[in-house]
Ligand binder design. Structure first.
Ligand SMILES: [Mn+2]
Length: 346
């Protein structure tokens, strides 16, 4: 049995054990929520509750408006600093596996009786017995699907439902760039086919909600950001930056930075895109990295305490100005790109 299947079986066993005693499970999706983190959290929470556990999805901040199309959002609890830790039998980090990705909720991960994770990012810390981290998976929702599938087979009763189908498809559609990124595998299509055969899901409207729905202000904001794109290294590296002023002027949020870095990657001759954005609390600079070719974005982000995937990664830098962050990261990215090209030639 593969290591991944082994860990999945162990997770399912723990959940079934907890179900028999009404055990308590808390789900901790990463900060800067996205459809994959939230979709996987809510669908697993629903299913684990249906088999007998008491479940809570605890998110770090108010749900972004861009995810308002998802079902079952009313079941989610929003963290507040006044919230006291209450004992859980199992805490699961979702779409991440490190304490620093869940921010102020880290205590839930470290103080619960058991901890684990369901994630598809490149592994960056030592993993425990209940850490299901599969970087080759397209999304955490793909892994959540497998867990629910296993539970259905084991208990011989239906556990998927229409809401769960929408949640899982939203995560998968988002993380595969609507089935276009290199992480799109036959497994992803098989799962989608199964869900669409069983449930009446409007894929076109889901696609609209995830990728197309926008506002005039967001379109103008996109224009602001794109008109400031700078090309380095003969256009192989494209850089854009977003200051707080730019965000405030258009009345948008960080959440509206969406797909900018990925979209920029489509420019002819571009191999690396870097999108810098300023945060106030705490003062920091976020860099989103997208790549093609030999440039490993996850490896590069690791240098700055970040992580992610080979083609899409990010890092947050503290105590640094936007200008300083841009100067040093652009310089390093050029060296990193030259080095991987050199290795290819060698
Ligand atoms: Mn994901």
């Amino acid at each position: 049995m593969s290591k991944e299947k082994d860990i999945r079986r162990r997770l399912v066993e723990v959940v079934l054990d907890l179900a028999s005693v009404n055990g308590r499970i808390v789900f901790l999706p990463h900060e800067r929520l996205d459809a994959d983190a939230l979709g996987a959290s809510i669908s697993l929470a629903e299913v684990f509750r249906a088999v007998g556990c008491e479940t809570t999805v605890l998110v770090d901040s108010e749900l972004p408006e861009s995810l308002s199309y998802l079902p079952l959002l009313e079941t989610v609890q929003v963290y507040e600093p006044s919230l006291k830790y209450s004992p859980y039998d199992l805490a699961l980090a979702i779409d991440c596996h490190e304490e620093n990705r869940v921010g102020e909720r880290a205590g839930w991960l470290t103080r619960s009786r058991l901890r684990g994770s369901v994630d598809h990012h490149v592994v960056s810390t030592d993993l425990g017995r209940l850490d299901l981290v599969v970087p080759s998976a397209s999304s955490t929702c793909e892994l959540a699907f497998e867990i629910i599938w296993d539970l259905e087979l084991y208990l011989a009763k239906p556990l998927f439902n229409r809401d769960i189908a929408v949640l899982l498809l939203a995560g998968i559609v988002t993380d595969t760039g609507r089935y276009s990124y290199s992480n799109t595998t036959p497994v992803v299509f098989r799962q989608a086919a199964f869900l669409l055969e069983r449930f009446d899901v409007d894929l076109a409207s889901l696609n609209y909600d995830i990728f197309e729905r926008t506002t005039v202000e967001r379109l103008q904001f996109k224009g602001d950001v794109y008109s400031g794109i700078t090309a380095f290294d003969d256009g192989r590296i494209l850089v854009a930056s977003v200051t707080r002023d730019m965000i405030d002027r258009r009345g948008v949020t960080d959440d509206d930075l969406g797909n900018f870095a990925s979209e920029m990657r489509g420019a002819d001759g571009t191999e690396v895109t870097l999108l810098f954005s300023e945060s106030n609390e705490p003062p920091s600079v976020r860099v989103n990295i997208r790549s093609s070719g030999c440039f490993d974005a996850a490896q590069f982000a690791k240098r700055y305490g970040g992580g992610g995937h080979r083609r899409a990664a990010g890092a947050t830098l503290n105590d640094i100005t936007m200008g300083e962050a841009m100067d040093s990261i652009v310089r390093e990215a050029k060296i990193f790109l030259d080095a991987c090209k050199g290795e290819l030639r060698a």
